[in-house]
Design a protein around this ligand. Structure first.
Ligand code: ADP
Ligand code: MG
Length: 395
């Protein structure tokens, strides 16, 4: 039988894809690797189409960035200009200004030279130029100093979307890790943003935030500048009914197997958290031989491998905690969902002292992003830390 060169390439590509681990946990996932989120995607797109404003919040690594990037990719290019801005590395008004200016300039240009021209058109205060980045590639930079008062620069930055919209296109702006602006030490950006976005038309703003309690407060507390300026879009967890077919299909596609019962156990371990679920599936898949099936011990082996990898980090973290913080975290790890941490029974069982000292401990753990509030109780954010804590002996 004659097999064409194209067919051979096609078969080889398929085989390679089959060999590749189908569980992705180290980067933003693309459409093929998405488990559900259909409703949330439709909601986001509707908002973007209508020039709406929303703040989407969830725990870290729950899929906000992946989801919003997928929505942006679905906007027709001839009608929309979209700008995705990651504020994660910003720590001051100055770094906010340069990060946002760079994002706007690059979104409207096909190369660095053009980005500089765009920046000159949009901003009269920022002195754009071409410099080399850490890898030696040309990039756009701005000549502002960190010490000067930056009100005119902030005004220009915040007015830029309206200028961009004057081309007739609709504009969608995404600020990822938006809670970062609280680290700048002043609330001038928050205040100015409020007054600017009230008057802008056809411009959609999506604010993403990873520290749930902090972002909620920014938009839902009466005394805050952005109070009620955007719709809430909490991003929930992915439920087991969605994970079951997703995980089955990826094992099947790569000619391996896993039972529904084991998927159930795996989801219990990760509490269905997208990142930890993909991570544990990834390691379990590696342990499974070609054409084989995952069994109970394999899943335990996968879990031990992950915990061993994190052991050093978790040990350092553990040693940095006070006795009461340790007790509290461990009690949350041992308890099933919906523990009542301020009930006298809970306080006594785990020797946590008074309710007010437990409040203080919780506050400190919230501040360190180790726990978060959920359904009237608390959860440990790092699901593998939760499992590691179950294994250690504390007194
Ligand atoms: N819808 C999804 N389906 C499957 N896995 C997902 C999904 N969303 C997120 N993930 C997993 O979570 C990881 C973190 O996603 P990311 O979008 O970076 O989250 P966030 O922006 O909330 O921190 C991804 O690398 C992927 O492993
Ligand atoms: Mg993100």
């Amino acid at each position: 039988m004659f097999v064409s060169k194209e067919e051979i390439t096609h078969i080889a590509l398929r085989m390679m894809r089959n060999m590749e681990n189908p569980f992705k946990y180290w980067r933003v996932v693309e459409e093929d690797d998405f488990c559900n989120r259909k409703k949330e995607l439709a909601e986001l797109l509707k908002l973007m189409h209508s020039g709406g404003r929303a703040f989407m919040y969830s725990e870290r690594r729950y899929g906000k960035t992946s989801l919003v990037k997928l929505a942006l990719a679905k906007l027709p290019k001839q009608k929309y200009v979209s700008v995705y801005i990651d504020l994660w590395k910003t720590d001051s008004d100055a770094s906010f200004i340069t990060t946002v200016a760079k994002a706007y300039s690059e979104a409207l240009s096909t190369n660095v030279q053009k980005a500089v021209e765009t920046a000159k058109r949009l901003f009269s205060h920022l002195k754009p130029s071409i410099t080399l980045d850490d890898q030696g590639n040309p990039t756009i930079s701005f000549g502002i100093t960190h010490s000067t008062r930056l009100d005119p620069e902030i005004d220009e930055i915040l007015a830029a979307p309206q200028k961009i919209a004057s081309s007739g296109k609709r504009v969608v702006i995404v600020f990822d890790e938006f809670q970062q602006i609280l680290m700048y030490g002043r609330d001038d950006i928050e205040r100015q943003l409020r007054s600017v976005i009230q008057h802008q038309k056809n411009i959609s703003y999506i604010f993403l935030g990873s520290r749930k309690h902090v972002v909620r407060e920014m938009f839902l507390k009466g005394s805050r500048p952005l109070y009620r300026s955007a719709t809430q879009l909490p991003l929930g967890s992915i439920c087991e009914e969605d994970w079951q077919p997703f995980i089955h299909e990826r094992f099947r596609r790569t000619e391996k197997k896993i039972s529904s019962k084991l998927i159930h156990s795996l989801i219990e371990l990760t509490q269905g958290h997208p990142f930890y679920t993909q991570y544990l599936c990834n390691v379990a898949w590696e342990f499974c031989k070609p054409h084989g099936e995952v069994h109970e011990e394999m899943l335990q082996q996968a879990l031990q491998t992950v915990l061993e990898k994190e052991h050093y980090t978790y040990t350092l973290l553990w040693e940095s905690l006070t006795r009461n913080q340790q007790r509290f975290l461990r009690s949350l790890a041992i308890e099933e969902k919906n523990a009542k941490p301020f009930s006298s029974e809970f306080l006594q069982r785990y020797r946590l002292g008074s309710a007010s000292s437990a409040q203080r401990v919780i506050r400190s753990l919230l501040d360190r992003d180790l726990v978060d509030h959920e359904n009237g109780s608390y959860i440990i954010l790092d699901r593998f830390l939760r499992l590691w804590l179950r294994n250690i002996n504390n007194e």
